[in-house]
Design a protein around this ligand. Structure first.
Ligand code: ATP
Length: 244
């Protein structure tokens, strides 16, 4: 069995998405698609509008314009809490695990939208197979885990919803290079399962390693897009985002 709902992936389409905070424009007419099984990265400097794009996609900040669809379904007016029912799993920036609950309770909360049945137990086993360290620590409080382990837990919790598309906001933030490598391995494994991924990162190296396609955001707009292989060879990208 797969850990994801990747057998039923559909195209995510984001069109002319805009976000304003008060009078300040943070995202301006951003559009992209994530084809079934594709992994798409959004890179950009601090304040480029990456997180705002994801939050607006998930319905976590108000949009001042734009349309969102998954397959044939229009999700433009779907509320954040209902996105998960449409197969979109979200790993927020900063992890947001529940520190006073055990690892296993945190994972079980990921499946809140479904009845807790044998299927859910199987899903828990799949998540433990992907992250053996979480199984070892299943009874520990989430607050006692290291940053890397909390990131695994946040990804595991999102996988408990059996998503068809996994959206991750800066999963490498604050992690050592070794742990960033672990996250990269996990993302590659999910990609091999055929899960669609949308990854926002400041770490361009990780993003190019984990994705097939990338968007570069600058000042709230899409400045460049293409395959990750092409973009990682682009002289400007190499200089500005890879420091080469
Ligand atoms: P980072 O990597 O630092 O998170 P980012 O590319 O994700 O950067 P955003 O966090 O989306 O960028 O921010 C885009 C712009 O919107 C920035 O100028 C930021 O200061 C502004 N901004 C973000 N959140 C808010 C908010 N809640 N209220 C007002 N302005 C905001």
């Amino acid at each position: 069995m797969k850990v994801t709902g990747a057998d039923a992936v559909e195209r995510l389409r984001v069109e002319e998405l805009s976000v304003h905070y008060g009078g300040v424009r943070a995202v301006s007419s951003v559009g992209f698609t994530v084809e079934p099984g594709q992994s798409v990265g959004i890179i950009g400097a601090n304040g480029a509008g990456k997180s705002s794009t994801l939050k607006a996609l998930m319905g976590l900040v108000p949009r001042s314009g734009g349309r969102i669809s998954l397959g044939e379904r229009d999700l433009t007016r779907v509320k954040a809490r209902d996105m998960v029912r449409h197969g979109i799993g979200y790993v927020p920036e900063g992890r947001h695990v529940f520190p006073g609950l055990s690892v296993e309770k945190n994972l079980m909360l990921g499946a809140y939208s479904r009845a807790w049945d044998t299927e859910t137990h199987r899903q828990l086993d799949e998540v433990y197979a992907l992250f053996p360290v979480l199984k070892e620590m299943r009874d520990r409080l989430a607050g006692a885990l290291s940053g890397g382990q909390q990131q695994m837990l946040a990804i595991g919790r999102a996988l408990m919803t059996r998503p068809r598309l996994l959206v991750l906001d800066e999963p490498s933030m604050g992690l050592s290079p070794k742990l960033v490598g672990n996250i990269l391995d996990v993302l590659r494994r999910l990609r091999e399962e055929g899960l669609s991924l949308l990854l926002v990162e400041q770490n361009a190296k990780l993003t190019f390693g984990a994705t097939s396609h990338c968007i570069v955001m600058e000042n709230g707009e899409v400045a460049m897009s293409g395959t990750s292989a092409e973009l990682s060879q682009n002289p400007r990208v190499r200089e500005v985002y890879l420091g080469l």
